[in-house]
Design a binder for this molecule. Structure first.
Ligand code: G6P
Length: 500
């Protein structure tokens, strides 16, 4: 049921609620409001607009005291957290199934990894409807609903069917694929029709925006595309949809502040003492086949074969953060990575001395991650395709002395903003990446400084607050004028969960 009010509220929807729910040994749950760049950037706006965040609370089925826990988290976070309850089966088919075995691989151009199980689509529709119902129950006519990511592409359509008179915007955090890949999706028409039910559609890069527009032009007769594709009109209703690209950023200043704290500096120094007289090369990724970890390891091996000067003078620290463990491909990938690390170390290790790859498979404490960022002279960020890749940005923010080198995949969304400072590579080109490793290793300080300065400027100027601001301004610039940013909009300095 929709209530009415003059005040335009902000309601955010994402797959998960921004809370950390943990279970202690006696089986009781404990809740902490989430942190992280997106949350800290939205917090001032959410508080000002009496905001609500809708999402899955992190546990399926009945959790006895979940309502009481969320009330407690609401009190501490300053906005309302509203849960969408899902059964184990719904979670499996909606999150693991449709979202992560269909959309995730397809939108990263890896259609051969898709499992187009029709039951996934049915549950995806049901679950999106459930999100829409919770949103409708917690909104008033004229409110502004900002939906995040590929799990929730049908929400605006479901809201319209319920009769909610709200304005909606959607931001896709992952890439949007080219037409010839998108058309493989059995539900391509339904999905495009669902997306154009939003009032504003935001993509990470111009590349994604153009791909989307090409799909609309080719597959939707009932939609007119204007100009360069910033405005669409639905021929039946005359309703307009705005489309834009908004590259997401990080809380640059918070990273700089935390990276310069004594705890981080001490940990970074310890790492350097433990691995002296060499350059540290860092890879940090969520366990995911889109991140190109095996290809990167092969490139490192190739560099060690072709450039023996690197022996004992470099160490690759590869951190892999466990993720989506219930999906078979993720476990296969883990086995493949571990076999490669074993092989390469077996091939080059000097007994009692140099071990070329230090492999870490676990979630890291924030201060440990920052210490790795600070200690490493070279970062290898080589995804096969990535919506943005914030590791690249976080690494630059933490390069306080500006003497580090970023090797970046040309297929990461961040490449558009960072091409002037990074060493650009095609992650599939094993020899090319190996050459870039050697080039970074031998790069003099003058060039390193010049490059890193440019990179840091780009990351600082287009940070997470700039991103929230530009997205909301784009939303306002049409008939969402009832939604100004609070005059005293002050970014919160905060760091939080990993943004891999
Ligand atoms: C990507 C997606 C996010 C997602 C994150 C972690 O960055 O765009 O929506 O939260 O991966 O994946 P997970 O499945 O653990 O939420």
């Amino acid at each position: 049921m929709i209530k009415t009010s003059r005040h335009t509220g902000l309601i955010v929807a994402s797959n998960r609620l921004p809370v950390a729910l943990t279970r202690n040994d006696s089986g009781n749950y404990h809740i902490e409001p989430g942190t992280g760049g997106l949350i800290s950037a939205l917090l001032p706006v959410l508080r000002d607009r009496g905001g609500v965040w809708v999402g899955w609370p992190g546990v399926s089925g009945d959790v006895k005291n979940i309502d009481a826990l969320l009330k407690e988290a609401n009190r501490r976070s300053g906005y309302q957290l509203k849960p969408v309850a899902l059964t184990e089966e719904e979670r499996r088919k909606f999150y693991h199934g449709f979202s992560n075995e269909i959309i995730w691989p397809l939108f990263h151009d890896l259609q051969s990894l898709c499992n187009f199980d029709p039951s996934y689509w049915h549950v995806y529709q049901d679950v999106n409807r459930r999100y829409a119902e919770v949103l409708a129950q917690n909104s008033t006519d004229g409110d502004f609903i900002w939906v995040h990511d590929y799990h929730l592409m049908n929400v605006a359509m479901e809201l319209r069917q319920i009769g909610a008179k709200v304005k909606t915007a959607f931001f896709l955090h992952i890439p949007f694929p080219p037409l010839d890949i998108f058309v493989k999706l059995p539900w391509r028409f339904q999905l495009l029709h669902a997306l154009v039910e939003y009032d504003l559609l935001g993509f990470q890069t111009l590349r994604d925006q153009r791909n989307f527009i090409q799909c609309v032009r080719t597959l939707m007769n009932d939609v007119a595309v204007h100009g360069k594709g910033q405005v669409l009109t639905l021929r039946d209703s005359g309703r307009e949809v705005r489309v834009g690209s908004f590259p997401i950023g990080i809380d640059f200043n918070a990273y700089v502040k935390r990276a310069t704290e004594k705890e981080v500096a001490d940990k970074a120094a310890q790492l350097r003492n433990f691995l002296p007289n060499r350059q540290l090369i860092l890879g940090v990724d969520r366990l995911d086949y889109t991140k190109g970890i095996p290809q990167r390891l092969e490139a490192f091996r190739n560099a060690l074969i072709r450039y023996p000067q690197l022996h004992e003078r470099v160490t690759l620290i590869q951190v892999v953060v466990p993720s989506r463990e219930d999906i078979p491909q993720y476990n296969d990938l883990k086995i493949r990575i571990e076999r490669l690390v074993g092989e390469i170390n077996g091939q080059f290790t000097k007994p009692g001395g140099w071990v070329p790859i230090h492999y870490v498979f676990r979630s890291l404490e924030r201060s440990d991650l920052l210490a790795y960022y600070r200690a490493a002279e070279i970062a290898l960020v080589t995804p096969l395709k990535d919506g943005m890749n914030l590791v690249a940005k976080e690494y630059c923010a933490c390069s306080i002395e500006e003497g580090c080198v970023l090797i970046l995949s040309e297929f990461a969304g961040s490449a558009a903003q960072m091409k002037r400072g990074a060493l650009f590579v095609n992650p599939y080109d094993i020899e090319g990446v190996a050459d870039a490793i050697y080039r970074a290793f031998t790069m003099d300080m003058t060039e390193r400084h010049a490059r890193m300065r440019r990179l840091r400027r780009a990351v600082r100027e287009q940070d997470i607050f700039w991103w929230v601001d530009s997205f909301l301004r784009a939303a306002i610039s049409r008939d969402l004028s009832a939604f100004p940013l609070p005059e005293d909009y002050v970014p919160q300095n905060d760091l939080g969960g990993m943004s891999l």
